[in-house]
Write a new protein. Structure first.
Length: 423
């Protein structure tokens, strides 16, 4: 198993280019199942999760060409030979569930093992299934965790779906399935994340009729078929936020290219609250944590446009370095505090009660042996290691590599001391 050795090498300075968004490219790839013709996706980041989604597409019968030298994936439709997604792929990546809506719409049946929980929470799929049923599908779940969940409908029909929580994945799955339903579908209390808008833009290029993506009310007029399209993935707003926080935590000065200010407003607002300078440039930001002493702040994670749960661990790592008392409230996942124990091993003073965390910052972090418990927790520990005294060993780095393209390379070019070593 590989680990990172991270050492404090002073403030990060320089320029970094943000990659295409992991959470956008996964649904885009799943959506290619709906097309009758080849689709081309550009600015695809070289990530393990992307590769898993490509394997999934092959497993159901599609021809997929991945070329990461130019960041391009071409998916060519064949006859769907398998409407059952291999269990091994679903277990490796929860986002495999995003293939269920397209498979159901395209082949009349989709079967998939339950993705199950993960370290950050239970992560059920009830809202996805509720949406499929609202479009006339019959869903079958088994008490046996090894038996797949099945959704079937010869022809999906338009329906009305109200989501009890604005789930990103459920909104995407239902929106994709609805493109080939007969009649119109409405999704109320829909998630509004930029990745949903990106997916709707791609589907509309393929001939779908979707309105309202990016609001809480999405309408989809079903069409008989979708054709091929070319689409460039939006920049990764969580990678952007992570490098913004890297500038702040190291009191550095970073110019971040290929970033969209509108997608990270909540992160920018909180950095500004702390006294970090964030200036928009032609294609991103210049972020400076070196201009004045920084202040503590309070954050609460919410569905978009609120503060993203996927930035909570990294921001918490930063707040441990700011003198004074800060608070964090996690409202999206019930168990997204696994990084706190690791930060405490590094000397951070954090007290928790339920989903509230109180941070007494400014006491200095010390290098320690810590474990990435999930993707963003791993990023937070790397950021903490950049300012800790001594060496920080971060294990389980395969999590980090699921979601950050060339993380160590990008950090090194900004002056960080970070090495990947095999255990
Ligand atoms: C997506 C992101 C993930 C991010 C999350 C929240 C991708 C590939 N992943 O995950 O990085 O952390 O959004 O911004 O885009 N829920 C239910 N029933 C359901 C579905 C979800 O109760 O059927 C609950 C979950 O348990 C969780 C909350 O809704 O508490 C948010 O989950 P959701 O928005 O669905 O996250 P994902 O789409 O899995």
């Amino acid at each position: 198993m590989a680990k990172y050795l991270v050492q404090n090498n002073g403030p990060l300075r320089g320029e970094v280019v943000i990659s295409g968004a992991k959470n956008a490219v996964l649904p885009l790839l799943a959506a290619t199942i709906l097309a009758d013709e080849p689709c081309e996706i550009l600015d695809v980041p070289p990530l393990r999760d992307v590769d898993v989604m490509c394997r999934l597409l092959r497993s159901v019968g599609f021809d997929v060409v991945e070329d990461y030298r130019v960041g391009r994936v071409i998916v060519s439709p064949q006859k769907i030979i398998n409407d059952e997604v291999p269990r091994e792929l679903v277990k490796q990546m929860r986002a495999s569930i995003l293939a269920m809506g397209p498979l159901l719409a395209r082949s009349g049946r989709a079967a998939m093992a339950s993705p199950g929980g993960c370290t950050i929470g239970a992560r059920p799929i009830d809202l996805h299934l509720k949406g499929f049923r609202a479009m006339g599908a019959v869903t079958t779940e088994s008490a046996d965790p090894d038996a797949p969940t099945v959704a079937e409908a010869k022809q999906l029909m338009g329906g009305r779906v109200y989501l009890d929580f604005p789930s990103v994945g459920a909104t995407e799955n239902i929106m994709m399935a609805a493109t080939l339903a007969q009649g119109s579908t409405s999704i109320e209390n829909a998630a509004q994340e930029p990745e949903i808008v990106d997916l709707a833009n791609f589907l509309n290029k393929m001939g779908a009729k979707i309105k309202g993506a990016g609001t809480d009310s999405i309408r989809v007029e079903g069409v008989p078929s979708l054709h091929g399209a070319t689409h460039t993935v939006i920049p990764d707003r969580i990678e952007t936020g992570t490098f913004m926080v890297a500038a702040a935590i190291t009191r550095g000065d970073l110019t971040i290219h290929n970033a969209l200010p509108n997608h990270v407003k909540a992160i920018t607002a909180k950095l500004l609250d702390c006294g970090v300078s964030v200036e928009e440039t032609d294609d991103g930001f210049r972020v400076r944590g070196d201009l004045q002493p920084l202040n503590p702040t309070d954050i609460k994670t919410m569905p978009y446009p609120g503060f993203p749960t996927d930035m909570q661990p990294q921001f918490m790592a930063f707040l441990t370095t700011v003198e004074g008392s800060s608070s964090v409230v996690e409202k999206v996942f019930e168990n997204r505090y696994m990084h706190i124990r690791e930060l405490q091993l590094m000397g951070a003073r954090i007290a928790t009660e339920g989903n509230n965390a109180e941070i007494q910052g400014g006491y200095g972090l010390k290098g320690a042996r810590v474990k990435a418990t999930d993707l963003r927790a791993g990023a937070a520990l790397v950021l903490a290691g950049l300012v800790a005294e001594g060496v920080t060993e971060v294990s389980n780095v395969h999590y980090v590599e699921r979601g950050y393209a060339d993380f160590t390379g990008k950090l090194k070019r900004l002056g960080a001391r970070i090495e990947k070593v095999e255990d």
